[in-house]
Each structure stands twice: as structure tokens, then as C-alpha cells.
Design a protein around this ligand. Structure first.
Ligand code: HEC
Ligand code: HEC
Ligand code: HEC
Ligand code: HEC
Length: 448
């Protein structure tokens, strides 16, 4: 088993307790260190949804973190799973993310298993547009060569010297089956085999060695033990606990780092060179929570607005899958209930639910299939919300969002309504979007 020691025991400086709540001062980065800005598993979170406050993350805030950093000695890497890659919207997100990473001067992207769901031709188009290097050393063709670049050699100017940094990208072999099933042209070679081969090729290529390993920490640790020439191994598939406990892991002299998932945090590793021996070592790793104290970068927000425009133009909202309603009835709209249920209607009208579409309009997400389902009546049901123009009576969270389709009952009250119950809240008040939800306290606010 891998031996994971908290760095403190080994004298590796880590910026303690590092959910930094302030912007870094512009001179925070000394010019005699190599800085690696790292992240992985953004999983399509371009910006936080904003359903609860405060929420962490988003590329516009990451941009505010990155912009003040100097470019001479800073390297920016993204370690895969840019999106969930589950459909057209994620293709748009992948292109948008790439454009933002270009805008921020990213040097390297390593591919994750989800990225491979986009398919080889799409990934090659992304590679073409990326101004840095798109890596995956172990996605091989049948004759043995690689589909993507295996490594990049990046030059940085540190303390007046030109330093060659070698960055290798690998994908965990545990995804071989799923990657190959979707991309028959790809054979995912076991990472250790790839490294064995590359090791002899790159020994003279640089003086700092960085591995982007798209796989979990335990596997990254194995690799670090077998290939101790790496200075830093950035891995993936980890929760957000690294920053909270303020510790970095190391295997011998190799430091492992991961900033968690969904782009809520950003990692920053600093490497320094011991003048006497000429050897590089990781001096520290910090993880910064991208909270609201980081402003939304205006240029990145503009790129995101173009993404939303494309979602609108392609009318992705009209393409959501629709199932029959649970009771076979259709929707009447909340206004129809008013005449007979004045008391309930008045309470509903004064609640946040009756304003849920306006919230999305204000956020410019009112035609975004990733938001609308929870802010209207029955988007995923036949006869449910289509658009604000076509089905104005079904915008907002209405009576039938909880009580179910009720057109028959509204025409003939002898048709009984079933209980809505506490379970009726669960489809929308999920932890990701309503972390403080508790039925008793929430129901009190809308009881009718
Ligand atoms: C899974 C359901 C769900 C999805 C998807 C969803 N929301 Fe929400 N949203 C909610 C719920 C529930 C609340 C109320 C949370 C609370 O107060 O506990 C909410 C609240 C909000 C609020 C805060 C309203 C206020 O004034 O307090 C905003 C803004 C918002 N959502 C925007 C969005 C955007 C933008 C998206 C898409 C990117 C989105 N929502 C997707 C369920 C959802
Ligand atoms: C024409 C009048 C009328 C309209 C319109 C109407 N209802 Fe009713 N509703 C009633 C009556 C009367 C009852 C009570 C029936 C009973 O107690 O058996 C009732 C009962 C209910 C109940 C069950 C209450 C209980 O005691 O369990 C719910 C829920 C309900 N209505 C929801 C709605 C919704 C949602 C709409 C709009 C889509 C709506 N109703 C439209 C007249 C109406
Ligand atoms: C169809 C999705 C949906 C369902 C079902 C739903 N909600 Fe909501 N709820 C929302 C959204 C969206 C908001 C935020 C609306 C806004 O402000 O734009 C919200 C907001 C609220 C708020 C206001 C929160 C605040 O602090 O102001 C309360 C209270 C609430 N919901 C209670 C409930 C309860 C209780 C249930 C179940 C009986 C329920 N909701 C079912 C989507 C839903
Ligand atoms: C956020 C979810 C939600 C919304 C929105 C909502 N209700 Fe309810 N409603 C409930 C729940 C939960 C109950 C408690 C009884 C139950 O579980 O069915 C209830 C109870 C009722 C009752 C029965 C009251 C009683 O005495 O038993 C009526 C009638 C009713 N709602 C009508 C409406 C009408 C009309 C609207 C829209 C104007 C509406 N509701 C909006 C969730 C909701």
C-alpha cells in the first residue's frame, strides 16, 4: 500500500488551514520559484448555479485569482473531466471551457475519462483550438503511436534562468473499458508501461518533472513510488478535503496534489531550487476556496454569455426528454386553482416559488435546461412547461409542481387529489441546490 504521510512530518511547508478568504496580493509570488496552478474535475461547472449562497467556484472567479499572477514563472494546468460529457450542452461547455482556458493562458490540459465521451473527432477539434498542449500519453493507436501529445516541454523564466518543465499526461487504466467502448480506435495502455517507455526518452528534456495523472490518489501514489523522478504529481477524482485539512501528501520526494472537484477550489504548488545541489523540490501546496470575494472576471463572463446564447439559439430547452405525467392527467396552471383555493393561492403567490422563473430571467438562465426543470411546472412531462411565451401559466414553481397534474380535478372537484407530502419537495430541494433544506422549517414558510 502507498505510504501517505502528512507533509508536516517531513518538513514540507503547507500554507495551513488554507481556505484563503482574501485576494492574493500582486507580489505574493516570489520570482525565484516555479508556481503551478492546478485543478481537475470541473465537471461542467462554468459558474455556480447560485441556488444557495454563498457558493464556491466558477471560472470567472478562477480568472480573478489567476490574472494578477506573473506569467514568467507560473504554469497553469487542468487535469481532465472538463464536463460530464453527456450531450450537446456539454459539447458547448467543453468548447466554452477551452476558450476560457485560452483566455487565461493555460499551458496544459490532460484528458479525463469523461472527456473521452465527447469522442475522438470532437477532442481533436478541441486540441486544434487549444493554444497550449492537450495531453494523454497512454491513449494509443493500434500501431502504437499516440492519439494526443504525450508530454509538453514548457519553458519558464525563473530567477533569470530559463527552466525546462516537462509535463506528462496520463489516464488511469481503470477507465480502459469505457474509453475503448466509445472510441474503438483507442487502446488505453497501462500508465506504468507508458512511463517506462517515456522515461528513457525524456530524461534529458528538462529539469522539473510534473505528472498530470487523471486517476485517484492511491494510484497516483503507486506511480510516484515507481517513478520517483517526478517532483509533483497532480491527480484527480478526489473530494474537497485537501484544502480543509491543510496537508499535502508525499511519497519520498514526490508531492501529490489535487484541488478537489467541480471547480470550487484552485490549487497552487510552489517549487524551489536548492542552489547548492541544483535540485528542485515542492516547497508547498495551497488550496484556495473560490468564494464570492473573488470578483467575476468580465472577459470570462462575456465568454460565458456567448455560451448561454448558443444554448438559446440551439433551443436545447425544447429537446428535453418528456415522460407522461404520473397520473395521466395534464396541467391546468396555478391561476386556474385560484377561484376555489383563494387561501392557498394567496400564500403561494407571496412565496419565492411564484417568482422562480423571474430568478432565472435575472440570471439569464431562463432557457437553460440545466436550470429550468426546478424553476417551473413539469418541464420533463408531456403537457408541461415549454417556454414563457407558449406556456406562461406553467412558469414558476406552481401548485402542480407539488400536487401533480390537476386539470381533471380543476374541472371536476369530485376527482380527488392525492396527498403531496414531504416527498414532493425532494426532486428540487436536493443538497446541491438547497443545502439547508429541512422540511419542517421550509414547510412553515409556505404552509397553506
Ligand atoms: C435540482 C433543482 C434545481 C436546479 C437544477 C436549479 N435550481 Fe436554482 N434553486 C433550486 C431550489 C430548491 C432553490 C431554493 C434553495 C433554497 O432556498 O434552499 C433555488 C434557488 C435559486 C436561486 C436563488 C433565488 C433567491 O433569490 O434566493 C437562484 C439565483 C437560482 N436558483 C438559479 C439557478 C440557476 C441559474 C440554475 C441553473 C444553472 C438553477 N438555479 C438550477 C432548485 C434548482
Ligand atoms: C372548481 C373549484 C376547484 C378548482 C378550480 C380546483 N379545486 Fe382543488 N378542490 C376543490 C374542492 C371543492 C376540494 C375539496 C374536495 C374534498 O374535500 O373532497 C378540493 C381539494 C383539493 C385538494 C385536496 C385537499 C385535501 O383536503 O386533501 C388539493 C391538493 C387541491 N384541491 C388542489 C387543487 C389544484 C392544484 C388546483 C388547480 C390546478 C385545484 N385544486 C383547482 C375545488 C377546486
Ligand atoms: C419544482 C421544484 C420545487 C419543488 C417541488 C419544491 N420547491 Fe421549494 N423552491 C424551489 C425553487 C426553484 C425555489 C427558489 C425560488 C426563487 O427564489 O427563485 C424554492 C424556494 C423555496 C422556499 C423559499 C426559501 C427561502 O428561504 O426563501 C421554500 C420555503 C421552499 N422552497 C419550500 C418548499 C417545500 C416545503 C417544498 C415541498 C413541499 C418545496 N419547496 C418544493 C423549487 C421547488
Ligand atoms: C411547494 C409545494 C406546494 C405548492 C407549490 C403548493 N402546495 Fe398545496 N400543499 C402542499 C403540501 C405538502 C400540502 C400538505 C398536504 C399534503 O401533503 O398534500 C399542501 C396542501 C394543500 C391543500 C390542502 C390543505 C388541507 O387542508 O389539507 C390544498 C387545497 C392545496 N395544498 C392547494 C394548493 C394550491 C391551490 C396551490 C397553488 C396555488 C398549492 N397548493 C401549492 C404542497 C404544495
Amino acid at each position: 500500500m502507498a505510504l501517505l504521510l502528512p507533509c508536516g512530518l517531513l518538513g514540507l511547508a503547507v500554507y495551513k488551514g488554507d481556505w484563503q478568504n482574501t485576494m492574493p496580493p500582486k507580489d505574493a509570488v516570489p520570482s525565484d520559484v516555479l508556481v503551478v496552478i492546478l485543478s481537475a474535475d470541473q465537471n461542467g461547472h462554468l459558474t455556480p448555479c447560485g441556488c444557495a449562497k454563498p457558493m464556491l467556484g466558477g471560472l470567472p472567479r478562477r480568472a480573478s485569482y489567476i490574472r494578477p499572477l506573473p506569467s514568467a514563472n507560473v504554469l497553469k494546468v487542468e487535469n481532465g473531466d472538463l464536463t460530464e460529457a453527456l450531450g450537446r450542452q456539454d459539447e458547448l461547455k467543453a468548447e466554452t471551457t477551452l476558450e476560457i482556458l485560452n483566455e487565461l493562458g493555460y499551458d496544459v490540459i490532460n484528458l479525463g475519462e469523461k472527456d473521452f465521451r465527447l469522442g475522438l473527432p470532437f477532442l481533436q477539434a478541441l486540441e486544434h483550438r487549444f493554444q497550449g498542449a492537450l495531453l494523454c500519453a497512454n491513449a494509443r493507436k493500434s500501431e502504437g503511436s499516440s492519439h494526443f501529445k504525450e508530454y509538453a516541454v514548457v519553458l519558464r523564466k525563473i530567477a533569470g534562468r530559463s527552466v525546462r518543465v516537462v509535463v506528462i499526461g496520463l489516464l488511469s487504466a481503470q477507465f480502459a473499458e469505457s474509453v475503448q467502448a466509445l472510441n474503438p480506435e483507442v487502446r488505453l495502455e497501462p500508465p506504468a508501461e507508458t512511463l517506462q517507455r517515456l522515461q528513457s526518452e525524456i530524461v534529458e528534456e528538462g529539469e522539473v518533472y510534473l505528472l498530470l495523472y487523471h486517476g485517484p490518489k492511491a494510484e497516483a501514489a503507486e506511480i510516484a513510488r515507481a517513478f520517483p523522478f517526478f517532483h509533483l504529481v497532480v491527480h484527480a477524482h478526489q473530494d474537497d478535503s485537501n484544502g480543509a485539512n491543510g496537508e499535502a501528501d508525499r511519497i519520498g520526494s514526490v508531492v501529490l496534489a489535487c484541488s478537489g472537484k467541480d471547480g470550487k477550489h484552485i490549487g497552487e504548488a510552489q517549487l524551489s531550487r536548492e542552489e547548492a545541489k541544483g535540485k528542485w523540490r515542492v516547497a508547498g501546496v495551497k488550496y484556495v476556496a473560490l468564494g464570492p470575494h473573488f470578483a467575476d472576471d468580465a472577459r470570462v463572463m462575456r465568454i460565458k454569455q456567448i455560451y448561454l446564447q448558443r444554448v438559446n439559439e440551439e433551443d436545447l430547452l425544447s429537446k428535453v426528454l418528456r415522460l407522461p405525467t404520473a397520473n395521466g392527467d395534464t396541467f391546468a396552471g396555478s391561476a386556474v386553482c385560484r377561484s376555489c383555493h383563494m387561501h392557498a393561492y394567496r400564500i403561494w403567490k407571496g412565496s419565492a416559488h411564484a417568482n422562480a422563473m423571474q430568478t432565472l430571467v435575472n440570471e439569464k438562465h431562463d432557457r437553460d435546461p440545466e436550470c429550468v426543470p426546478c424553476h417551473v411546472v413539469g418541464l420533463d412531462r408531456q403537457g408541461g412547461f415549454v417556454s414563457r411565451e407558449k406556456t406562461p401559466g406553467l412558469q414558476d414553481v406552481g401548485c402542480e409542481s407539488c400536487h401533480g397534474a390537476a386539470a381533471r380535478h380543476a374541472k371536476n372537484p369530485n376527482v380527488k387529489m392525492p396527498k403531496a407530502g414531504a416527498a414532493s419537495c425532494n426532486s428540487c430541494h436536493v443538497p446541491e441546490h438547497s443545502p439547508r433544506f429541512d422540511f419542517a422549517t421550509y414547510w412553515q414558510k409556505i404552509q397553506h
